[in-house]
Ligand binder design. Structure first.
Ligand SMILES: NC(=O)c1ccc[n+]([C@@H]2O[C@H](COP(=O)([O-])OP(=O)(O)OC[C@H]3O[C@@H](n4cnc5c(N)ncnc54)[C@H](OP(=O)(O)O)[C@@H]3O)[C@@H](O)[C@H]2O)c1
Length: 332
């Protein structure tokens, strides 16, 4: 088969569309013909080797995929050839797809049958492949963990990416007032189009000052500030985040794009009784729920670009350049 492969860590030029051995279907596995694969902010981190886990090389790019079953292992009972599925990419014993197990930017992909989620008929492969990592993570972070509610003021840093646009859509669906942050004006215009009530250009305006100017400075026993901060940027953003959150508010995070070593001033956490809510991954039920919501037209995934699988390197470079809004999807 052909696959988007890198043999060494480094730039996107290391990713080549080349011949790669066909996947071998074990007794408990299926092989799918990839209908679409999805890229995430994780892909540059793996390529550039900034994640904690060691990636075996050569590696095929990407963690998300949807497609059609073309081969069934001898023990597989509940699935049939031609079934349309998305994959649940975190596999016990093998690790994360595209990081420690071979990725999805390929013509075919092998995965244990226990890691398949059935696609509703109404869903396209492009939509299904854009959902698991970004929308699954956002669903768990915003709904299951942070319990976003109607009327809450919710600020989302780095809102223009995959998890961010999903978080904006889920917060709006819950009835929250959303303040979306990005460093570029064209992305802020698009954030308004998907429902953000306010936007802040963080390359020009300090987001904490924006909160104080618009909602007041948080004060004990009074109001001011926001209810929920969504911060997977990390690095030097924490102190301004803590100073933006009102009494009894919370901050949720599922990552740290800039740096996991963060600045901090813990006085704000106890003084204002702020809850810090970690969120990691999502469940197969979350993935099925996101597919149901899209098939029912409750949410439309935000897809920036659809490229041929053979141009995976171009897609990864767009992620590195921050030149995208929402998701980048690859198709055969
Ligand atoms: N724990 C989990 O299960 C899990 C799952 C998925 C993702 N994550 C994490 O969630 C985060 C978001 O993932 P994603 O796929 O949505 O990423 P993404 O699509 O690449 O989006 C990242 C967004 O963050 C901003 N950004 C990028 N680099 C930045 C930097 N150095 N400093 C400040 N802002 C920066 C960009 O904002 P601009 O608009 O300003 O350019 C961009 O819109 C990542 O940290 C990822 O590791 C965790």
């Amino acid at each position: 088969m052909k696959a988007a492969v890198f043999h060494e860590h480094g730039s996107s030029e290391n990713i080549k569309w080349e011949d790669f051995p066909d996947p071998e279907c074990g007794p408990d596995d299926v092989v799918i013909k990839v209908g679409a694969a999805g890229l995430n902010g994780f892909e540059p981190m793996i390529l550039l080797k900034t994640t904690a886990l060691k990636t075996p090389l050569p590696m095929i790019v990407a963690g998300d995929a949807a497609g059609e079953i073309v081969e069934l292992g001898a023990n597989v009972k509940d699935w049939a050839i031609s079934d349309r599925v998305s994959i649940y990419p975190m596999v016990a014993g093998e690790g994360m797809t595209g990081e420690t197990r071979l990725g999805t930017c390929a013509q075919y992909h092998r995965i244990p049958a226990s890691h398949l989620v059935r696609m509703p008929d109404a869903l396209t492969y492009e939509h299904a492949a854009s959902l698991p990592i970004a929308y699954g993570t956002a669903l768990r972070m915003m709904v299951t963990r942070a319990k976003v509610k109607a009327g809450e003021k919710v600020m989302i840093l780095g809102a223009a990416g995959g998890v961010g646009t999903a978080a904006v859509q889920l917060a709006k669906a819950a009835g929250a007032e959303v303040i979306a942050c990005s460093s570029s004006d064209w992305k802020l215009e698009k954030l308004k189009e998907i429902g953000a009530d306010h936007v802040v250009n963080t390359s020009e305006t300090n987001f904490r000052e924006w909160v104080w100017d618009n909602f007041g400075k948080p004060r004990m026993g009074q109001s001011g500030g926001i209810d929920l901060m969504v911060n997977y940027i990390g690095g030097d953003t924490w102190i301004d985040c803590l100073r933006s959150i009102g009494p009894g508010g919370r901050m949720t995070l599922c990552g740290a794009t800039q740096d996991y070593k963060t600045d901090n001033d813990c006085r704000y956490i106890w003084t204002y009784e702020i809850d810090i809510i970690g969120s990691n991954g999502w469940t197969m039920e979350d993935q099925a729920e996101m597919m149901r919501m899209v098939a029912a037209n409750e949410i439309t995934p935000v897809i920036d670009t659809v490229l041929p699988l053979s141009e995976t390197a171009k897609g990864v470079q767009k992620l590195i350049d921050r030149d995208f809004f929402g998701k980048i999807v690859l198709v055969p």
